[in-house]
Design a protein around this ligand. Sequence first.
Ligand SMILES: N[C@@H](CCC(=O)N[C@@H](CS)C(=O)NCC(=O)O)C(=O)O
Length: 202
Amino acid sequence: MKLIGSLASPYVRKVRVVLAEKKLDYQFELEDVWAADTTIDKLNPLGKVPSLVMEDGEVMIDSRVMVEYLDTLTPVCKLLPSNGRERADIKSWEALADGMLDAAIIVRLERLQRPPELQSEAWMARQMRKVQLGLASLSAKLGEQPYCAGNHYTLADVAVGCTLGWLSFRFPDIAWRDDYPNLARLYDKLSERQSFKDTVPQ
Ligand SMILES: N[C@@H](CCC(=O)N[C@@H](CS)C(=O)NCC(=O)O)C(=O)O
């Protein structure tokens, strides 16, 4: 398999963490989707990373599809139960964590890629509200549990960890560590895993 991505993308990081946890071999190819000469849309019509080129040449898109598939490839470090409510709950954690990223990235692009006179404060505030409410919700759901889904490490922790790490990287002014010590405790624990150490956003 060949994973196309960047070292900064939190969605790419999620897939890289899962590949590492599952001990799966892959090639990693860097692609700057914002460069004028990017050819990413030849592989992925949405023009996004991560994109995963499979052994047969087919391209899988979207990190959520990828991690779900990758988890089925080996029994090592099972990250998602096969079915049932617990699976849906873990996918909901992931949907929330990814949704917060989607909102924060809109704000970042608005700030970086639109001329100041075209930027909408109201639009950015609407997106930032999703990030702030998302943090409060993650913290409330986590409570005093050691991991998102309870006592064991799952895809929920991978997704939440990638979101928190990216917020620290791109939005250092969001004081989530001070506001939500339980999220900081979780993130510090995840950061000790080799899969997280090897994929710190840069
Ligand atoms: N839902 C997608 C989101 C992927 C995504 O938005 N990736 C960003 C990089 S962080 C991207 O490639 N953006 C390029 C674009 O939107 O044109 C996933 O989980 O894979």
